[in-house]
Design a protein around this ligand. Structure first.
Ligand SMILES: [Zn+2]
Length: 55
């Protein structure tokens, strides 16, 4: 099986967001640097959007 390089860059601070688990559509990933959360929309190609906290 070919392993795809899936890099998710934080849209806020530019740090790479790493996930220990296999990525799946709908996953919420949190940036370790700034705490920004992104939701994974698609894997091929990788698409994601910032989750905006509602206050
Ligand atoms: Zn960040």
């Amino acid at each position: 099986m070919k392993q795809t390089q899936q890099k998710i860059m934080c849209p806020d601070c530019g740090a790479e967001i790493k996930s220990e688990n296999e990525l799946a559509v709908g996953d919420i990933l949190e940036c370790q640097e700034c705490g920004t959360e992104v939701e994974l929309l698609s894997l091929d190609p990788v698409k994601y959007q910032t989750l905006v906290e509602e206050k």
